[in-house]
Design a protein around this ligand. Sequence first.
Ligand SMILES: O=C(O)CCC(=O)C(=O)O
Ligand SMILES: [Fe+2]
Length: 267
Amino acid sequence: MATALPLVARDDLADYVRAMEEDGYAYFPGVLDTDEIAALREAMDKLTAIEESYDRHTDPAQHGFMNKSINNAFNRDSHFVQYLDRPEIIDLIEAVHGADCHCIGMTAWMTGHGRPEQTLHADWQPLTLPAEVMENPEVKIPIFITTAHYYLDDLSEELGPTKFVPGSHRAGRRPREGETSFKGVEEQSIMCRAGDCVVFRCEVWHRGTANTSGRTRYLLQVHYAQRIITQKYPPYLNKFQFDEKILAQATPRQLRLMGDHVPSNYD
Ligand SMILES: O=C(O)CCC(=O)C(=O)O
Ligand SMILES: [Fe+2]
């Protein structure tokens, strides 16, 4: 039987930062209320895939399961803009990436019945270092990229929870083929409730799992990074255009998160 990942709310921002350093992830219970969950699911349902923007919406008859993922949802419907800087979450993001950090992507992701198991992976491994270096407590790797997962369902094993190997960001490498644990700690399921948010750093070993539930899992992913790391807003070469109406409504902080920066290195 799969084990559930410990999900513990922290007392203050310093504790949340410590969780990112020690465990590689942090948990925020009940971020969205029932109405917000329903509104976000509805907004996700309304989105349509634009092939040029690398969106996907598969036909289950051909692909085996429904997979709808819409990139940069904040630019598609103003409803999503508030998820650039959701209170509490953004405080942690700015604390770990710096006050000039930005959003490198926002994906509205719906995965249907039949979605297969993913293999364990790190979303990005910025540095590969020997185990003896990583075991030195003085070695502190900056947090380069994080993802906030807003879960919009009560998770069950059937719906396909994300699995994490807690502490695996200290491996200094990606998981090897077939590896399911780090230092004796096995992968564990995020069995959270609709409206909860989990923030994790890019080096944490994790994976999506099979959806055998007969239902669709709704997940909003917001990716953040240190400013020096590029934003991923396809289509590229001048083809991505911000929606003027969305820019006109955005706050200065939301504009900065979309890329409205003051000059810095290399500018
Ligand atoms: O679907 C999930 O729960 C996680 C997916 C994931 O880690 C990925 O696609 O990189
Ligand atoms: Fe991933």
